[in-house]
Design a protein around this ligand. Structure first.
Ligand code: BEZ
Length: 240
């Protein structure tokens, strides 16, 4: 079936796939993505436009949490389809004039990509025409140290992100990798973690009978948990 231009399938990166590569100009110089970030976690996120209030509140929040993300080996990279001089002027205005929720004099030190051609935004499925043809939605890509996309969250223009949730997701992803477990609803460090379902009926039976030292409790054959204390998690994940 022939497709009109609007119907053409746009690329949407998917979880488990390599992060699409690009080179870009940012407020902190040129970047080669994701090559420059190999060995680190990175959150690549887009915002609709400079000099807008929700985006300003988000940038101030992210900038205030940059050290916290860095402690978890995670760098931040922003993007919008505005130009470099707009980015620079906006970030300067934020630092000089905006006070929000006790944050003031906030300096944004992570790179903010200029993407006036929308090349990167289109590669990452950040332009979602049902929401806007001319602005990126609020996309968040969690990319692991091997350059693989591990989580994607999209928010519409009107909805500011919850940064505690972004941090929680980062720590949960790293905990799953480090300890070979999964994390249940609303998990936070210190809560019990989920052991993946047993590979055989005998293994499931052993678990139910308390014979698997990797398991502390089974609610049923498919739902087993183990304790993982907060210090053990944080010691493994956070830099000293
Ligand atoms: C904002 O960041 O305030 C915003 C940006 C685009 C559309 C609506 C709100």
């Amino acid at each position: 079936m022939e497709q009109t231009q609007e119907q053409q399938v746009v690329s949407m990166p998917r979880i488990g796939e390599p992060a699409p590569a690009f080179k870009a100009v940012t407020t902190q110089g040129d970047i080669n993505f994701p090559v420059d970030y190999k060995g680190d976690w990175v959150i690549l996120f887009s915002h609709p436009a400079d000099f807008t209030p929700v985006c300003t509140s988000e940038f101030m929040t992210f900038a205030s949490m940059e050290d916290k993300f860095a402690q978890a080996n995670c760098k931040l990279v922003g993007l919008s389809v505005d130009g470099l001089y707009s980015h620079i002027a906006w970030l300067r205005t934020i630092k000089e004039k905006i006070e929000y929720r006790g944050m003031k004099n906030v300096e944004v030190n992570f790179p903010l990509i200029e993407d006036i051609t929308m090349n990167v935004a289109k590669k990452y499925g950040m332009i979602q025409p049902g929401e806007s043809n001319t602005k990126a939605v609020r996309a968040v890509f969690f990319i692991d140290p091997k350059g693989i996309i591990r989580t994607i969250i999209y928010y519409p223009l009107s909805l500011g992100r919850n940064f505690d949730e972004l941090y929680r997701a980062l720590i949960a992803l790293q905990t799953a990798d480090e300890f070979g477990i999964a994390t249940p609803a609303d998990w936070r460090p210190g809560d019990d973690v989920i052991i993946s379902p047993a590979g055989s009926c005998n293994a499931a039976k052993d678990r139910m009978e308390g014979k698997d030292s990797n398991v502390d409790e089974c609610k049923d054959w498919f739902f087993c948990t183990r304790k993982l204390d907060k210090d053990t998690v944080l010691k493994k994940i956070l830099k000293k």
